[in-house]
Design a protein around this ligand. Structure first.
Ligand SMILES: *Cc1c(COP(=O)(O)O)cnc(C)c1O
Length: 363
């Protein structure tokens, strides 16, 4: 290993950031993006016109990139994905006494289910457990209820590497989706969903807040006991009713600018598909590795794989780390290996990884 080696971060989250954004960020910490006041974005008051502009810019960029119709609100809420598991159930569960439908496709859907069960009955539409998370059950085997309050799914299971690569058709029931690990990875048809949410620490940069995109008609069902900060309606009149995590919101603004400069979400989807197929093709052709998720359901973001001889897993993780490739150990619940290929991961990172995996056995 030499100091010439580049570092690539394959962690699932907090995740790799685009290099140019990091350079701009360093500049702006030292200087100030607000020439009139010369105050850093770490210090700027959240009620100032400068910061309200930062919020408006981020929301505007998200609306433009994702082509969010006017009938949907875009909220920036405090907290992460798990807090949203509770918030969405509290806001929407009371739409039906039957409670909500949930797809169970991996660790994150299981956590979302466990949280929702605190607020009402939960019914499982389909489960990937019996297939050991290698595929999502066929449409014919789903048990959907037309009177459910909503139907919840995790579009990309970050720990198990299992993804809905197309949005499922669930009828009139509003589809609620956790897109924490794949928002901004590809274009979406927002009208397919009632509510989309994503914690910020994957494709949006630093940890600290959650984007919620919610259709107007789904609001207004929360019980009076809901904490005001978890009530979506609190964010309609004032986009920052509590002191938000200003630097993470600022950073997400820079990242959405970067995504636009890269050519938007179509370009991102293409870039991500190329990276994923390079790695899966290598794994499928290799005598040493297996990627067990069925191709149709493979995540483009989190490539989960194992060594055929798992006794070498730790040694392989150490070998890659010593060569500047970080975060390749699988999720602690799943084990094995995982390479996360978020938007910021360049193709060069995947090429370097493939060389390194090959090298481990040649060495
Ligand atoms: C990372 C992730 C979360 C994150 O939850 P936190 O509470 O913010 O740690 C939720 N859902 C998915 C699909 C994730 O990948």
């Amino acid at each position: 290993m030499t100091s010439m080696n580049k570092t690539f971060n394959f962690s699932a989250g907090p995740a790799m950031l685009p290099k140019s954004v990091m350079q701009r960020w360093q500049q702006l910490v030292a200087e100030s993006p607000f020439p009139c006041s010369n105050i850093s974005f770490m210090e700027i008051g959240h009620r100032t016109p400068e910061f309200q502009n930062v919020v408006a810019k981020l929301v505007g960029n998200l609306r433009e990139l994702l082509q969010v119709p006017e009938s949907y609100h875009i909220l920036l809420m405090p907290g992460g994905g798990r807090m949203q598991f509770a918030a969405l159930a509290m806001n929407l569960m009371a739409r039906s006494p039957q409670g909500a439908d949930y797809f169970e496709t991996g660790l994150w859907s299981q956590q979302a289910i466990a949280e929702a069960e605190r607020f009402g009955p939960v019914h499982t539409v389909a489960s990937a457990v019996s297939s050991h998370y290698t595929h999502i059950p066929e449409r014919a085997d789903w048990v959907l209820r037309s009177d459910a309050a909503y139907c919840h799914m995790v579009s990309n299971e970050t720990a198990h590497g299992l993804a809905f690569n197309k949005s499922p058709k669930v009828g009139e029931v509003p589809l609620v989706v956790d897109m924490t690990s794949d928002l901004l990875a590809r274009p979406l048809k927002i009208n397919d969903y009632g509510l989309i949410y994503a914690a910020s620490q994957k494709n949006l940069g630093a940890t600290g807040f959650t984007v919620v995109i919610v259709r107007e008609d789904l609001l207004g069902h929360a019980p009076k006991t809901i904490p005001s900060q978890l009530d979506y309606q609190t964010y309609l009149t004032d986009p920052t009713p509590v002191t938000p995590v200003t630097f993470a919101i600022y950073l997400a603004g820079l990242i959405t600018e970067w995504v636009k400069d890269q050519g938007g979400l179509k370009a991102m989807a293409k870039h991500n598909a190329v990276k994923a197929s390079m790695l899966y093709d290598f794994l499928d052709a290799s005598e040493h590795f297996v990627a067990s998720v069925v191709p149709e359901y493979r995540s483009h973001t989190n490539v989960v794989f194992q060594l055929k001889n798992p006794t070498h897993t730790q040694a392989l993780v150490a070998f890659t780390k010593a060569r500047g490739l970080h975060g390749l150990a699988g999720h602690r619940v799943v084990g094995g290996l995982r390479a996360s290929l978020y938007n910021a991961m360049p193709i060069e990172g995947v090429e370097t990884l493939i060389d390194c995996l090959q090298c481990f056995f040649d060495a």
